[in-house]
Design a protein around this ligand. Structure first.
Ligand SMILES: [Zn+2]
Length: 316
């Protein structure tokens, strides 16, 4: 009989909920609005209702569900199932979410951060299949990662491992980072830094395709579209971003010697114009043996990696 779990991916705008098999196949999915301004209890009640809807529509009873897993965009206490702090979802401070769900459904519930869930999803059902050592990088508004070493998720002493966005690329006078320090990789490589660089080029009077595409504002997506349609300035921006990410990842590759680096997230949707400079920079700058052992590939699961990975937390 197929084993089933529930995976839940909590985001700033909405919460995705899915019934997933133990092989990472999504059987059913739905979503509810987060509405953080209403308080976390509101969101939790919506999630509970969505789980009842899921069970009803798939004719699944609670006793058939092996576990519930949550991915959150922020700090979590995985061992105790407590959300510590979500920087972009106000009100979620020390919320014992696992206990709240276990009291309601009597199904074992686990939590982790969203980057680790994405890594687990890719490891079991996506671009990381067959690897024992991988780094799954998510490049969007920020830069996060999930690490799998010797087939195990790496969480660290206080569930804070994997913050590769804060690897320092510049010792002094670097750009400010959201973490409060300067010179972090995330301050160089992220959707906001793509937009900032694109706007700088416009100020410099360079003719650019993305200026025409902007409606009305420039986004990383628009710069990517311009790059794909051959705009040289937009291509240059992605090449520079890819080089920055590649420099940071060269250190990660030297440190961990992974078989695969998987790159996902909104910025990675730009595809090879972004991945190729990442790959080339790692090959050029990492130590020869580690650099020669690693493949740099695109994530495969897109925005389903989070729910699939969360569903796997029950045994990982
Ligand atoms: Zn930082």
């Amino acid at each position: 009989m197929v084993k089933k779990r529930i995976g839940i991916d909590v985001g700033g705008t909405n919460v995705k909920i899915a019934l997933v098999t133990d092989e990472g196949q999504i059987i059913y999915s739905n979503s509810v609005p987060t509405r953080a301004e209403m308080g976390y209890e509101y969101t939790v009640n919506n999630i509970k209702q969505a789980i009842y809807d899921l069970m009803k529509e798939t004719k699944t009873e609670a006793k058939e569900i092996q576990g519930i897993g949550f991915g959150f965009p922020g700090q979590v206490d995985c061992q105790n199932g407590i959300v510590k702090l979500l920087p972009n979802i106000p009100g979620w401070v020390n919320v014992p979410i696992a206990k709240m769900l276990e009291d309601e459904f009597h199904i074992p519930t686990r939590i982790d951060n969203d980057a680790r869930c994405a890594a687990l999803g890719e490891y079991f059902a996506g671009a990381g299949k067959g690897c024992q050592n991988l780094v799954c990088v998510t490049v969007g508004t920020g830069v996060g990662s999930g690490l799998i070493i010797n087939g195990k998720v790496v969480r660290g002493a206080s569930n804070a491992a994997g913050e590769i966005g804060h690897i320092k690329l510049q010792m002094h006078d670097g750009p400010m980072c959201g973490c409060g320090d300067t010179g972090c990789m995330e301050a160089f490589v992220s959707a906001p830094s793509i937009v900032a660089m694109a706007e700088d080029y416009i100020k410099g009077g360079k003719s650019t395709k993305y200026r025409e595409l902007a409606n009305p504002e420039i986004s990383a997506y628009i710069v990517a579209e311009a790059a794909k349609s051959g705009d040289k300035v937009a291509q240059r921006i992605f090449k520079t971003m890819g080089e920055y990410l590649g420099i940071g990842l060269a250190s990660v590759v030297n440190l961990l010697n992974p078989e695969r680096v998987i790159i996902g997230g909104g910025v990675a949707d730009a595809g090879e114009i972004f991945l190729e400079p990442v790959r080339n920079t790692i090959k050029d700058r990492a130590m020869e043996i580690a650099g020669g052992a690693v493949e740099v590939v695109a994530a495969q699961l897109g925005n389903t990696a989070g729910v699939i990975g969360a569903s796997l937390l029950i045994e990982n």
